[in-house]
Design a protein around this ligand. Structure first.
Ligand SMILES: [Zn+2]
Length: 196
């Protein structure tokens, strides 16, 4: 049976590298794959997934209004695929995660989603929240904090290296950088945020 996978991580853990390697393994065995990525992330240019170690592959882009079940169905009508890969899966809408679940259940195609778990304020992205609820299997793509502990959180820094604690969940085209930290060092940088 096909499954819906959520491979989650914090920033700079190399999840795009893991995605590209997994897709390459299918293609090396003459099985085609369908790659999707969010348009909101244009670091690699539209329609391309790129990793920081210099490898990349062409991908279709999705925006929140796209029906991913239809996009995958259209792709299948042009030729058989073995697997669907989704990068920047934190930018999926909740509806789109359900559409991917239908791809798994009704088309019997594995869907592997790669994305960030939480934003710089320590909050789940909506797409990631729905994936955590619906995925058949979850795996963590690990990276480490400067102290050597596992990094599970991310801070957004301004150009002077100060942690930014307010602003939009998705920031495009700014001068901010992101640093992945363990929770202890995240709290040291950001302070204790409370739900209220
Ligand atoms: Zn640390």
């Amino acid at each position: 049976m096909a499954k819906l996978y959520f491979n989650y991580s914090t920033m700079n853990a190399g999840k795009s590298t893991v995605l590209l390697q997994a897709s390459h393994n299918y293609r090396e065995n003459n099985m085609d794959t369908y790659l999707l990525t969010a348009r909101v992330d244009d670091r690699a240019g539209a329609g391309r997934i790129a990793s920081r170690i210099g490898i990349g592959a062409e991908a279709d882009v999705f925006v929140p209004s796209d029906d991913l079940f239809t996009m995958v169905s259209d792709r299948i009508s042009q030729g058989e695929i073995a697997c669907v890969f989704v990068d920047e899966a934190q930018f999926l809408s909740s509806d789109q995660v359900w559409q991917l679940a239908r791809v798994v259940d009704d088309l019997n195609l594995p869907v592997l989603c790669y994305g960030l778990r939480v934003d710089f304020q320590g909050q789940l992205f909506p797409g990631s929240a729905t994936l955590l609820a619906l995925a058949d299997e979850m795996r963590e793509v690990r990276t480490i904090c400067r102290c050597g502990r596992k990094a599970t959180m991310v801070i957004r820094q301004d150009e002077n290296g100060n942690a930014i604690t307010e602003g939009a969940q998705v920031q495009i085209g700014g001068n901010e950088t992101y640093v992945s930290l363990c929770r202890r060092h995240w709290r040291e940088s950001v302070g204790d945020l409370t739900a209220g």
